[in-house]
Every structure is written in structure tokens, then in C-alpha cells.
Write a protein that binds this ligand. Structure first.
Ligand SMILES: Cc1cc2nc3c(=O)[nH]c(=O)nc-3n(C[C@H](O)[C@H](O)[C@H](O)COP(=O)(O)OP(=O)(O)OC[C@H]3O[C@@H](n4cnc5c(N)ncnc54)[C@H](O)[C@@H]3O)c2cc1C
Length: 101
């Protein structure tokens, strides 16, 4: 049997990567649809306690999935640790921008 040339190998790799990506996207879309259908059927909504980094990211995930949610925050604003942290010796340290902003 002839061995693969480099070009054939690269084409094969590109096809495999494209197929793997396609399968992954289909799986994610299927899961998203199942979650949305389940939420719609049962009338669920998500309660998120705290609007720190964890709460904000959970809210973003819910938005992406189309799941209704409520955030309950005891402070006057969101940010959690970043809202409470007023240590001046860390003034040089600014929080990184959130990935979706
Ligand atoms: C200077 C500094 C640098 C940092 N650097 C990094 C870093 O480089 N990488 C990293 O991964 N992490 C870092 N961290 C840590 C990171 O910022 C925190 O781990 C993260 O912000 C925690 O988020 P959280 O949502 O879990 O909790 P929190 O930010 O503590 O948010 C919890 C929220 O819940 C609210 N809450 C609590 N109880 C109730 C209740 N009963 N009802 C309603 N609301 C409630 C609080 O008011 C608060 O807003 C750093 C922290 C600091 C201070």
C-alpha cells in the first residue's frame, strides 16, 4: 500500500478537524435545545444568589441558553469581591475585562 504524502495527510487532518467541530457543534445545539424545551415545558427559572463574578457569569450562561433568571444581591451594586475590595495597596491592580463585555 502506498504511504500518504504530506499533502494527503494534511487534507485528511483538515477533514477530521472539520468533522469533529461539526459533531461538537451539533451536540451543543442539541443539548441547548433540550435545556430550552425542558425549561419552557416546566416553566423553570434560575435563581442566582450574589452578583459577584460567579453570579454574573452564570447570568450570561442563562442568557445564552434563553433561560429566565433572577439575581438576588444583598449589596447595592454588582461586582462582589471587586466591589468590596477597597484595599489601596492594590490600587494598581484592576480587574481584567470580562470576556463578553
Ligand atoms: C485583588 C484581587 C485579585 C484577584 N485576582 C484574581 C485572579 O487573578 N484570578 C482569579 O481567578 N481570581 C482572582 N481574585 C479572586 C476573584 O476575584 C474572586 O474569587 C471572585 O471574584 C469571587 O467571585 P464569586 O462570585 O464567587 O464571589 P464574590 O465576588 O464574593 O460574590 C458573592 C456575591 O454574593 C453576594 N451575597 C452573598 N451572600 C448573599 C445573600 N445571602 N444574598 C444575596 N447576596 C449575597 C455578595 O454580596 C457578593 O456580591 C482576586 C481577588 C482580589 C481581591
Amino acid at each position: 500500500m502506498d504511504s500518504f504524502s504530506l499533502k494527503q495527510g494534511l487534507v485528511l487532518l483538515a477533514v477530521a478537524v472539520t468533522m469533529a467541530r461539526w459533531v461538537k457543534e451539533r451536540k451543543e445545539a442539541h443539548l441547548k435545545r433540550r435545556i430550552q424545551d425542558g425549561v419552557k415545558a416546566k416553566g423553570y427559572s434560575v435563581g442566582i444568589i450574589g452578583a459577584g463574578a460567579g453570579g454574573v457569569i452564570t447570568a450570561k450562561k442563562c442568557m445564552d441558553l434563553g433561560i429566565p433568571f433572577h439575581i438576588y444581591e444583598m449589596a447595592h451594586d454588582f461586582g462582589g469581591t471587586w466591589l468590596y475590595n477597597t484595599c489601596t495597596s492594590w490600587a494598581w491592580f484592576s480587574p481584567p475585562p470580562l470576556p463578553f463585555m
